[in-house]
Write a protein that binds this ligand. Structure first.
Ligand SMILES: [Zn+2]
Length: 221
């Protein structure tokens, strides 16, 4: 039933191509076999379709009083059988109902976006906390509190640059005129980006990102 639920959400009304019965449940990945069509409950009843269960009783549009039926789902592998009824009756097309559903859809969309933002913020918080824990463990109780406070000793120990990184920073040095102070700052930022990424060593993409954050006051005049 899980699979049918997915099909109901993802499927589109399409051609009804009778194919030989291959399975009793729509488990196949063949998109042609999984293509669903919809039928109104009254039409299915009139045409004598074989239904999984009786259709829910029709409802009435709260605005114009029109009868709204549930829609059944038919798949090509069993063209005479209705598998499931839609989770809600069809939507009325009177202007009031159209406006009502447009508003409802907007609200649902906004709620979905807010939920996504909440999840992203949670993920960011988790990454930041993990990166902080890595720094605390790395520097120990007597070392710097965080990457921003790394001195020359820590920079040498924890910001080793491999060949691609050295090439990148040499290019930046020549092109942008980095000062020594700006260079160290970029290493500290790159170390933090690498920590957020859960990386043991600074990699070229971390360094490239750090170079984008380089503030202008560290430019040579
Ligand atoms: Zn209506």
């Amino acid at each position: 039933m899980q699979r049918i639920g997915e099909l109901l959400r993802e499927g589109e009304p399409g051609r009804r191509t009778p194919t030989p019965s291959r399975a009793s449940t729509p488990t196949t990945e063949d998109p042609e076999v999984n293509r669903k069509t919809t039928i109104r409950a009254s039409e299915a009843a009139a045409a004598g379709y074989d239904c999984d269960k009786p259709a829910p009783p029709p409802e009435t549009c709260q605005f114009c009083g029109r009868t709204l039926e549930y829609m059944g789902m038919i798949f090509p592998f069993k063209p005479n059988r209705v598998f499931l009824w839609s989770p809600s009756p069809e939507r009325c097309t009177c202007p009031e109902a159209v406006a009502y559903w447009a508003q409802k859809d907007r609200e649902a969309e906004e709620e979905k976006k807010a939920e996504e933002r909440r999840k992203q913020q949670e993920a960011i918080r988790a990454r930041v906390n993990a990166a902080r824990a890595v720094q605390t463990a790395r520097y120990g109780p007597d070392g710097p509190a965080c990457n921003a406070q790394m001195g020359p000793k820590e920079l040498r120990a924890y910001c080793k640059l491999d060949e691609p990184c050295q090439k990148l920073i040499r290019g930046a040095y020549d092109r942008l005129g980095l000062t020594a102070r700006g260079y160290d700052r970029i290493l500290r930022v790159a170390r933090t980006i690498a920590d957020l990424d859960g990386a043991e060593e600074i990699q070229v993409q971390h360094l490239a990102e750090a170079l984008q954050y380089r503030p202008p006051e560290h430019l040579r005049a």
